[in-house]
Design a protein around this ligand. Structure first.
Ligand SMILES: NC(=O)c1ccc[n+]([C@@H]2O[C@H](COP(=O)([O-])OP(=O)(O)OC[C@H]3O[C@@H](n4cnc5c(N)ncnc54)[C@H](O)[C@@H]3O)[C@@H](O)[C@H]2O)c1
Length: 265
């Protein structure tokens, strides 16, 4: 995270000897696969045998993923807010799509409602909500055809409370929860599960600058207490891949807090 909040940091754990091979023969689309939670999710899926369709705005990041990780990665550098993006991603993935991880997202500048610009509102909603809906909508017919599929959306602690970000991001992440539950209601009976994870602070490349003096005053003291240690992206990848996998075959419509216990406080 790109801001100076009083978080503590957790020790890195690289031992992957315990991982299973739950995705052999599966194709999974991961957005935001160039960095942070999306990259860790792509890596975990590849380790477990998936063919990964890796989508990101920044093509260099995808090139690094392809160079540094073993396994079948199909790199799709594009902006998921482009109107043609979803159709292109599904085209590249091919007819069999087993999983979709909607991870790409952007923060706001912690703007309170009275300080929100149209540009910030529109961009945050476009990336965090509209693009997620469009890609899910494009993937669903392929999953429904085979009556099999799992979709995982990345929400946030900001979808669980009003004090974790500015108004645009908070609104967008509450929308992710509603989108997840509605999609689960409609399609779980047809074999497609839809869940979300709600991370607390995670050590990634996401930028989260404070652009508002009032937000600093109002939220600053709240951040001094209760917020747990910063998670590693791999800890989020473990939860996302669990929800994508058949291990979670009876889980749908859930918003899983992966936040070191923050939501319970
Ligand atoms: N890091 C945290 O503390 C935290 C906490 C809660 C939720 N989240 C959520 O986790 C998700 C992943 O964030 P992260 O922390 O790994 O951030 P990150 O910035 O490290 O990675 C996000 C990736 O998404 C890509 N991306 C952004 N906009 C895009 C677009 N329009 N089209 C295609 N790709 C795009 C970026 O290029 C980047 O590589 C986001 O939805 C974020 O809201 C993060």
């Amino acid at each position: 995270m790109g801001h100076d909040l009083p978080f503590t940091w957790r020790k890195r754990e690289d031992d992957m000897s315990h991982v299973a091979h739950r995705f052999t023969g599966s194709t999974v689309i991961v957005t935001g696969a160039g960095s942070g939670i999306g990259r860790a999710t792509a890596e975990r899926l590849l380790t477990e045998g998936a063919r990964v369709v890796a989508v990101d705005l920044v093509s260099d990041r995808l090139s690094r993923l392809v160079e540094e990780v073993e396994g079948e990665v199909i790199s799709v550098p594009l902006d998921i807010t482009e109107p043609t993006a979803a159709a292109h991603i599904v085209d590249v993935a091919g007819a069999r799509i087993d999983g979709l991880a909607n991870v790409a997202g952007i923060m706001d500048g912690f703007e309170p409602t009275a300080e929100v610009s149209d540009a910030t509102w529109e961009r945050v909603m476009a990336v965090n909500v509209t693009a997620m809906m469009r890609l899910t909508r494009a993937v669903l017919p392929h999953m429904l055809e085979r009556e099999h599929g799992s979709i995982v959306n990345v929400g946030s602690e900001a979808g669980q409370r009003g004090s974790a970000a500015g108004t645009p991001y908070t609104t967008s992440k509450h929308a992710v929860n509603g989108f997840t539950r509605s999609t689960a209601v409609f399609y779980t009976p047809k074999g497609v599960r839809c869940n979300a994870v709600a991370p607390g602070p995670v050590a990634t490349g996401i930028e989260a600058p404070f652009h508002s003096e009032w937000a600093q005053q109002r939220l600053g003291p709240l951040f001094q207490t209760n917020i747990p240690a910063v998670a590693r992206p791999e800890e989020l990848a473990a939860a996302i891949t669990w929800l994508l996998s058949e291990d979670a075959s009876n889980v749908s419509g859930a918003v899983l807090s992966v936040d070191g216990g923050w939501a319970a406080i």
